[in-house]
Design a protein around this ligand. Structure first.
Ligand code: ADP
Ligand code: MG
Length: 580
């Protein structure tokens, strides 16, 4: 056999093993190493970096380990209770993960046969080596199986980094990183790779279904063939009657008075009443419906109503408002009517808010509109659906996201097993900390429970989650911990780094230190979708494939004319009517 492959290359030796503990090895770095990198065959090799791969030779076999930590020897000695000898030697820790053997494939063409898992264990005093890039390609694997390309392994000389598609989407993935670290670029890269997979794998039919909840209206630009659902254009329809009890309470009572039980009861009773009315009209079986069933109903109007729910002296009995009125007490004791009037006033203000047209537009009372509403999100017409939430006021953004997540999930739940298998859906939640926060505020309760439900049970029903956040410490912990894969970009904030460490497996703890030093677009990729925990440079997208940047260029901007009075007039008008 060609000794070029089988013999250790002394030039790549970096230290000696001092301890072997199961699959973990601890080695002392050669004290002559001063720079933490080495040049070999014209390539630069970092030494001791998290996720880099070292090897140990054992006869004809080579055992590979993933570097998990680099620290001072004194630190290690302290931990072991060994007397500390003043020195500046360093210790490298690695997890052994696989073995390989070179085989002759064709004439003088060798391949490294690599297998996960270790059966051969090295011994103390053995030498550890850096792994040449030629070998890394065999270890990282090729595009076999159901994979998409995320980017390239850093320090591998361009070995592509793949992600297992089913693990990545089916078992949920979190994309975390500070502002500007490249999260949105990574989301776009993942989705472009998903879209391209059909051609790469030569599928005759390829119809991914991706729904992006887009709070900044940035993704449209990246996917020219998308279908846009927007409140500004009236293309998003998320009628009030879709909301379940929890969501309805959050919308009709609002955050501050969520706890007001008397108001909650008023809404609840009114909902049951109006939904039953419709059930009769549409010929639905009343006994099978609950207060949460998405049965359409009419809201009615609060125009000209007095404090006692009367119009021109007669009790107003139309729609939901009417159903509230008929619960009113007898008599004209103003206090006893207060809760009823409050709820009616709140509904009236929602009806008048231009930004809420997408929710408050009435039902014509004719046919069943539910299938059409669902068809907005689950459709054969397009692969990428972008729900532009940028025009939705903060206080209802949570309810709106909840309703969308719930519609998608519910439809999956009620599909047959085959239907489910044939139409999995990926839901992308940008700025997840905004609607699934780690706090118990009432206005988010609905969104929290909807997204939590998908996080916990989505994989059974074919709904995958891609959670994106710049504040991982502020995202609800149960939702984050349901993710099985992680793409962590640069994180500068200490609390967020700590939080990421607490949700990742223990062996990854060495990783958190380097999170602040990552370059833009560079990430740590760990979890079930990754072949190995690794440092990855996310694939480079062209300008037209990237989401719209929200950065304002002061230098450019200030070279333009400032606003004229006419322009201000136009803006003021939009502001006043709350409508673009
Ligand atoms: N995959 C990528 N390919 C090319 N450029 C990228 C990529 N990811 C990020 N960028 C660049 O970095 C900038 C900031 O990235 P962005 O994804 O908007 O960060 P974040 O969403 O974390 O705030 C983008 O405007 C873009 O210029
Ligand atoms: Mg972003």
């Amino acid at each position: 056999m060609d000794s070029k492959y089988t013999k250790p290359i002394e030039n790549l030796a970096i230290g000696k093993i001092i301890e072997v503990d199961g699959s973990r090895i601890i080695a002392e770095l050669d004290p002559s190493i001063s720079e933490l990198s080495r040049v070999f065959a014209g390539e630069n090799y970092p030494i001791g970096q998290f996720g880099s791969i070292i090897k140990v030779h054992f006869g004809r076999r080579t055992i590979y380990g993933l570097v998990s930590r680099l620290r001072m020897k004194s630190d290690y000695q302290l931990e072991k209770g060994i007397p500390v000898v003043g020195s500046d030697e360093r210790i490298i820790e690695a997890e052994l993960f696989g073995e390989g053997e070179w085989r002759l494939k064709a004439e003088s063409e060798f391949t490294l046969e690599f297998e996960r898992g270790v059966a051969t264990y090295p011994l103390p005093q053995q030498t550890i080596y850096l792994t040449p890039k030629l070998e890394l390609r065999f270890i990282y694997g090729d595009a076999k199986g159901v994979v998409i390309q995320l980017g390239e392994h850093v320090g591998s000389g361009g070995a592509p980094c793949y992600a297992d598609l089913n693990e990545l989407l089916g078992k949920h993935t979190a994309i975390l990183g500070s502002t500007g670290s490249g999260k949105s670029g990574t989301v776009a890269a993942v989705i472009h790779s998903i879209l391209e997979r059909g051609e790469i794998a030569q599928h005759t039919h390829w119809h991914p279904q991706v729904i992006i909840l887009d709070p900044h209206n940035e993704y449209g630009k990246a996917f020219p063939k998308h279908q846009r659902l927007s409140t500004d254009e009236g293309t998003l329809k998320l009628p009030y009657w879709l909301l379940d009890l929890e969501e309805s309470l959050s919308l009709f009572i609002g955050k501050t008075e969520f706890a007001a039980t008397s108001q909650s009861n008023i809404i609840k009773n009114a909902l049951i009443y109006v939904r039953e009315q419709t059930a009769e009209r549409l010929g639905l079986d009343k006994s099978q419906l609950t207060v949460d069933s998405p049965v359409p109903y009419i809201l009615g109007s609060a125009e000209g109503l007095d404090h006692f729910g009367c119009k021109g002296g007669v009790l107003y009995e139309e729609g939901l408002i009417g159903a509230i009125n008929i619960q009113r007490p007898d008599g004209k004791d103003k206090n006893k009517h207060e809760d009823f009037s409050k709820v009616v006033r709140k509904i009236d203000s929602l009806l008048k808010d231009g930004r809420l047209k997408f929710m408050m537009n009435g039902w014509d009372g004719e046919q069943d509109p539910l299938p059409i509403v669902v068809n907005q999100f689950l459709t054969q017409n397009t692969t990428v659906q972008i729900v532009d939430l940028s025009g939705v006021p903060n206080e209802v953004a949570g309810v709106a996201s909840a309703a969308i997540a719930r519609i998608v999930f519910q439809l999956k739940v009620w599909q047959s097993e085959t239907e489910r298998q044939n139409s999995p859906v990926l839901l992308v939640c940008e700025e997840a900390h905004r609607y699934v926060p780690n706090r118990g505020e009432a206005q988010y309760e609905a969104a929290q429970s909807a997204i939590r439900r998908i996080a916990k049970e989505g994989r059974k029903y074919g709904v995958g989650l891609l959670l994106v956040s710049q504040r991982p410490s502020e995202v609800e912990a149960t939702v984050l911990s349901q993710c099985n894969s992680w793409i962590v970009l640069r994180i500068t904030n200490d609390a967020d780094r700590e939080h990421v460490r607490s949700v990742l497996p223990d062996s990854m703890s060495g990783l958190t230190k380097m999170l602040s030093g990552l370059r833009r677009q560079e990430a740590i990729f760990v979890g079930q979708a990754a072949t190995l925990p690794t440092r990855v440079m996310i694939r480079n997208l062209l300008a037209e494939q990237l989401p719209r940047s929200n950065d304002v260029d002061f230098d450019k901007g200030w070279q333009q004319q400032a606003l004229t009075l006419e322009q201000i007039n136009l803006v003021v008008k939009k502001w006043r009517y709350q409508s673009k």
